[in-house]
Write a new protein. Structure first.
Length: 135
């Protein structure tokens, strides 16, 4: 019984460390959640995601399932950083014709769709994390 209690307590501490790190960073990111058409804001978002990814590099667990979730979440954060940078670059590209503007808007729409998919994946990861951290 005591080994089970120790294992559960250790997992709870591992979870709390990661959750506190993520929540602290995400609260900062919330200020720029609606970046609109500002490339600079998307670059700042990418920088913040990169910083969070670095903070999560050391996240691990003796529980293989939990450790895998930590890695998967870090990969999601890294993709968010890359997508924010690509979006910033796309926003910053000049257009000189209506055709170029339409092509640019098509690319931006595709990038927005990809970002929405990542939000769904994040929600799924958070549910799994909650399930492991609060059985």
């Amino acid at each position: 019984l005591s080994l089970t209690a120790c294992s559960s307590l250790r997992r709870a501490h591992e979870c709390k460390r990661v959750v506190d790190t993520v929540n602290g960073s995400l609260s900062q990111l919330a200020y720029d959640a609606d970046a609109g058409a500002s490339p600079g804001t998307y670059v700042r978002l990418a920088d913040a995601y990169d910083a969070l990814g670095k903070q999560l590099e050391g996240a691990s667990s003796d529980d293989p399932a939990l450790s895998k979730l930590f890695v998967t979440y870090r990969e999601l954060i890294q993709r968010a950083a890359r997508q924010s940078r690509v979006f910033a670059e796309e926003l910053d590209k000049p257009t000189s014709t209506p055709e170029e503007e339409a092509e640019k808007e098509t690319r931006l729409t595709r990038l927005r769709t990809q970002a929405k998919g990542e939000v769904s994946r994040e929600a799924s990861l958070v549910r799994k994390l909650n399930g492991l951290c609060h059985p």
